[in-house]
Design a binder for this molecule. Structure first.
Ligand code: MG
Length: 319
């Protein structure tokens, strides 16, 4: 079957052929409207992928550069004290507007998680207050999503279920400000938990309770789909010993966002089956994702983001 690109190429050649048709006058040709340029593909980027390129007075030119290389949407990182990366929400929004970039999402963790405190009845009100403040701040950005990327301390299934309850509370608060709350995984969410303990992927093969479940699954089962969505980081899913396509297919109604990540530049390692990942995501009726590169000190971040964006723009399997 012809790909969309091949089809368009074919259509283009047919138009060219018609220029030589004897019945077509020069005037008629001149009057023919030019075809509208194709809309650019959605290309989301998690700004954590970049370091100094988006700091201080490099922020505005850095955003302009992202637009130039084909990025269309951002997921921010670095929220704290009512600012993102030290820039007020209003200023950040204005700079993104000026660059022609849409702020789609933002990553943030409650302060107590940053301090490594366990989620409990002792700090639930503090956590709720954090989400209220953060949601008010994020309403200024006009972003549809707010996503927690940090895993609270979990020893057993009750800990994981309690965290799920806290996520529900956060989701309710975020929804009351017109946004959606999500949770983003790393590899340790695929450690299994049962009633009494947690077994890491590394030792799971040597025994353990057959009824134990991955923490990620407990989160999905203990949260309300109307309040909490899942942003699946496909690279960390693989590093947790799982197939992201299976998860996306099984939990299509929960996994609304993806982190598209590879060891470094997308597609370079050959270990990620992005084609099947995108197919499964689109089949669920979702389209949003964010490129992420974990490379904050090489000095090559922008180069690697550009190569990754190019990979997805040229991929026949992205829309
Ligand atoms: Mg990620």
């Amino acid at each position: 079957m012809a790909t969309r690109r091949e089809f368009l190429k074919g259509a283009g050649m047919l138009t060219l052929g018609s220029m030589f048709a004897p019945s077509m006058s020069i005037d008629a040709l001149a009057a023919k409207p030019k075809p509208a340029p194709a809309a650019p593909k959605y290309i989301g980027l998690q700004t954590y992928s970049l370091g100094p390129e988006l700091r201080g007075d490099k922020l505005a030119p850095g955003l302009a550069k992202l637009k130039e290389i084909g990025v269309t949407d951002l997921e921010l990182a670095g929220y704290g004290k009512g600012k993102v990366g030290g820039v007020t929400m209003a200023d950040y929004k204005k700079m993104c507007d000026d660059a022609g970039l849409k702020i789609m999402s933002s990553h943030l963790n409650p302060d107590c998680l940053e301090r490594n405190e366990r989620y409990s009845k002792n700090n639930i009100e503090v956590i709720k207050d954090f989400w209220k403040r953060a949601a008010d701040d994020h309403a200024v950005l006009g972003c549809p999503y707010m996503v927690q990327p940090g895993l609270p301390h979990i020893e057993n299934i009750s800990d994981a279920q309690y965290v799920g309850e806290v996520f529900n509370a956060a989701g309710e608060i975020v929804a009351s400000r017109g946004m959606k709350f999500g949770y983003h995984n790393h590899n340790t969410e695929f450690d299994k938990v049962d009633r009494s303990n947690r077994t890491s992927f590394a030792v799971r093969g040597f025994g353990g309770n057959q009824d134990a479940k991955p923490i990620e699954q407990v989160f999905i089962e203990s949260t309300d789909p109307a309040k909490v969505l899942i942003e699946l980081d496909v690279y960390w899913t693989v590093m947790g010993g799982q197939d992201p396509v299976e998860w996306i297919t099984k939990y299509g109604n929960r996994i609304e966002l993806l982190h598209i990540k590879d060891r470094l530049v997308l597609g370079a390692s050959g270990m990620m089956n992005f084609e099947n990942i995108f197919k499964a995501h689109y089949a669920n009726g979702h389209k949003y994702f964010f490129i992420e590169i974990e490379d904050t000190n090489s000095g090559k971040q922008m180069e690697r983001v550009e190569a990754s964006a190019k990979y997805l723009i040229n991929a026949p399997f992205t829309k």
